[in-house]
Design a binder for this molecule. Structure first.
Ligand code: SF4
Ligand code: SF4
Length: 325
């Protein structure tokens, strides 16, 4: 049985801001709504998650966060800005904004662990930090906690701030007054659907990961199917975020660790193709890019170069859909 004082939300939010967590919201722990569970299950059944088999597992836990921490009462959802202060030259092999700095798994976890420690020290109780490390429906809980809404580009959009944010959660045994869920939506806008080079975004709001260039350049392990409209995307894809009007006034992060690495800004396909394993490990030791492994990055770089030489088709918006299966 826990015995703790009820924590003060404003104190937690203030501490979070001092740690570089730009926004927090609180949701009461309860099972995920049956509608949201069914939607997720249908998405998995359709195979649109591609080869990300880990998304098929732990369905029970994903639908009920209290299984991650007995006696959990609240989820504190946290958003950390990663919008880079500098961009790559448009001709360079493009790296998604989130990966230009240090690996968010380490940076965001450190911030959330510090916030969790603050909560325990001041209010007792128990906490569990999740940063992509547990089966948590993070966008669902971000909506429930009032942080923002899920756009047609499948990103969490924070009103007035945009979507260039990492999300993380602190599950806590403290009973904290929950925030109102966010009820906003995209309305009639469909800019992200129109700009998506591969038609991965579904008109019903879902995503077909098998067509998504972010999935194909990062998660997918085989040869890239012919006709993938990769353009010069080396790692990930920001197109549906860049097109979103909510990101028009995105302000650069002040989290030092997310400042773009000079070497990544200036990376070339040639350098990647000639890179040794030792060089790859040293360059990407603190970067999320290590996830693709050297072989994945070289595959992407080769694909870009072949497309540039004209032996592969250039961006072919939407008409490449059928070839991406
Ligand atoms: S990340 Fe790129 S490919 Fe994937 S849905 Fe967004 S625009 Fe389309
Ligand atoms: S571009 Fe428009 S439709 Fe797409 S997520 Fe942003 S607001 Fe929503």
């Amino acid at each position: 049985m826990n015995s703790f004082r009820s924590p003060c939300k404003e104190l937690i939010a203030e501490k979070a801001r001092s740690l570089g967590i730009e926004k927090t919201g609180v949701a009461a722990v309860m099972p995920v709504s049956s509608g949201a569970v069914e939607m997720y299950d249908r998405w998995i059944a359709s195979g649109r998650h591609g080869e990300m088999a880990y998304l098929e597992r732990y369905g029970e836990v994903r639908a009920n966060p209290s299984l991650l921490l007995p006696s959990a009462r609240s989820i504190i959802c946290c958003a950390v800005n990663y919008f880079p202060s500098r961009k790559q030259c448009p001709d360079a092999p493009q790296i998604a904004s989130y990966a230009l700095g240090c690996d968010y798994h380490d940076v965001v976890r450190e911030k959330l662990e510090a916030l969790a420690a603050f909560i325990r020290e001041n209010f007792g109780g128990e906490t569990r930090v999740c940063v992509d490390t547990a089966p948590v429906r993070e966008r669902y809980w971000a909506v429930q906690s009032g942080l923002g809404f899920v756009g047609k580009n499948n990103q969490l959009i924070i009103p007035g701030k945009g979507s260039y944010f990492f999300l993380g959660e602190i599950i806590a045994t403290h009973e904290i007054e929950p925030d109102e869920p966010c009820r906003l939506s995209c309305g009639d806008c469909g800019a992200c659907l129109r700009v998506c080079p591969s038609g991965a975004l579904m008109p019903d709001g879902g995503i077909d990961a098998r067509r998504c260039l972010s999935y194909l350049t990062i998660e997918y392990r085989g040869d890239l199917p012919p006709g993938v409209p990769l353009g010069n995307r080396l790692y990930g894809c920001d197109s549906c975020q860049a097109a979103c009007p909510h990101n028009r006034h995105a302000s650069a992060t002040n989290v030092e660790e997310f400042a773009p690495s000079e070497r990544l800004l200036n990376l070339s396909c040639e350098a990647i193709e000639n890179m040794s394993q030792q060089e790859f490990s040293a360059l990407f030791r603190h970067s999320a890019i290590k996830r693709t492994k050297l072989s994945g990055l070289q595959r992407n770089a080769m694909y870009i170069r072949r497309a540039q030489k004209g032996s592969l088709p250039e961006d072919a918006p939407h008409d490449a859909r059928s070839r991406l299966r």
